[in-house]
Design a protein around this ligand. Structure first.
Ligand SMILES: [Zn+2]
Length: 89
C-alpha cells in the first residue's frame, strides 16, 4: 500500500506528462467507482486505489487526467490512453 501523499505525487507527475493541471486532487472512499473528474479540473480517487498495484493506479489516474483534455471516450481519448499506458508499462 502506498500513502495518499505518494499517490498524489504520482497524479502530479502523470499530469505534467499529459500536460494538464488538476486544480484539486482528492482521495476518499467512493462506493461505486474508482474515480471521477469535474469539468473544473477537480479529481477524486477512491481510497482503495492505494492498495492496488501500480498498473491499476496508473490506468485509473491516466484515464481521469485525459478527461481534462477529452471529456468523452472518443477515438482520440482511447488512442492517447493506449499510448500513455504503453509508456508506463
Ligand atoms: Zn471516463
Amino acid at each position: 500500500m502506498i500513502s495518499a501523499q505518494e499517490f498524489k505525487e504520482e497524479v502530479r507527475m502523470l499530469a505534467k506528462d499529459v500536460g494538464v493541471e488538476p486544480k484539486e486532487i482528492h482521495i476518499r472512499e467512493m462506493k461505486t467507482k474508482w474515480a471521477s473528474c469535474s469539468s473544473r479540473g477537480r479529481l477524486t480517487f477512491d481510497k482503495s486505489l492505494l492498495d492496488e498495484p501500480r498498473e491499476v493506479r496508473f490506468q485509473v489516474i491516466l484515464h481521469e487526467l485525459l478527461h481534462l483534455k477529452y471529456p468523452n471516450h472518443g477515438k482520440m481519448f482511447n488512442v492517447m490512453l493506449e499510448t500513455y499506458l504503453e509508456k508506463y508499462n
